[in-house]
Design a protein around this ligand. Structure first.
Ligand code: PEP
Length: 253
């Protein structure tokens, strides 16, 4: 069964003290509320063990924002999927456009990361999406198809079923430009169709596909109301509980 998820992505924001203060506030705010979605917070590596412990017994799941493409060894500064899992985090964001653009993460690297994340019991939140020029050239359907083909579509049906996808048009990330609900819905429907062709109609139906790109309190309800949008990956608006909570509460499916 596909899940509704609202996932924050703090990126390189918040000290450990700011992160723990946020989790304490969110945990208290959500306590006793009946939620229409799972809630995930994606945080820097150094926060993970502390906030995963803090979030125990709450509705909040914790995600890393990345993991290494190697299992272990002499890779100074890297953090493996096994290390992420050992903190109590249950998810890992992979393929974010910032990782692709600034750190050269290509399909081959992302395929290694996906395999290691899954082997260590983590749920990948795997990001795809076109840049502005590709959207303007009408290539967005083709681009997401290629991104899927080179990465998650290399997985077995069993492993693919454990992946959460996030469609994030790069031109909408951190820009204040949101894809309209119609623009987002048509790409989500296209992605679901591609999954059906690759695997099966049931696997496509069960796949959680999030939207990301300047999602906020004022547009979340309309976006999440689309038949193929199962929640959001939220950057800027996940940095304060005040902005994040209405997005969680927008979920009324
Ligand atoms: C993101 O970085 O995944 C994202 C969607 O950011 P923002 O919400 O700030 O556009």
């Amino acid at each position: 069964m596909r899940k509704n998820i609202v996932a924050g992505n703090w990126k390189m924001n918040k000290t450990l003290q700011e992160g723990t203060a946020f989790i304490a506030e969110l945990k208290q705010t959500l306590a006793g509320k009946s939620l229409g979605c799972d809630v995930v917070i994606g945080a820097p590596f150094i926060h993970l063990a502390t906030i995963a412990e803090q979030a125990k017994g709450s509705a909040i799941g914790i995600a890393a924002e990345n993991c290494a493409d190697k299992a272990e060894g002499a890779y100074t500064g890297e953090v493996s999927a096994a290390m992420v899992a050992s903190t109590g985090a249950r998810y890992v964001i992979l393929g974010h456009s910032e990782r692709r653009a600034y750190y050269g993460e290509n399909d081959a690297i992302l395929s290694e990361k996906l395999a290691l994340a899954l082997a260590n019991g983590l749920t990948p939140i795997f990001c795809i999406g076109e840049v502005k020029e590709e959207r303007e050239a009408g290539k967005h359907f083709e681009v997401v198809a290629q991104q899927l083909e080179g990465t998650v579509f290399g997985l077995s049906a069993e492993d693919f079923s454990k992946v959460v996808l996030a469609y994030e048009p790069v031109w909408a990330i951190g820009t204040g430009l949101t894809a309209s609900s119609a623009q987002a819905q048509e790409v989500h429907a296209h992605v679901r169709q591609l999954i059906a062709s690759k695997y099966s109609a049931q696997i496509a139906e069960d796949c959680t596909i999030l939207y990301g790109g300047s999602c906020n309190a004022s547009n979340a309800k309309e976006l999440f109301g689309q038949p193929d949008i199962d929640g959001g990956l939220i950057g800027g608006a996940s940095l304060s509980v005040e902005k994040f909570l209405p997005i969680i509460e927008a979920f009324n499916k």
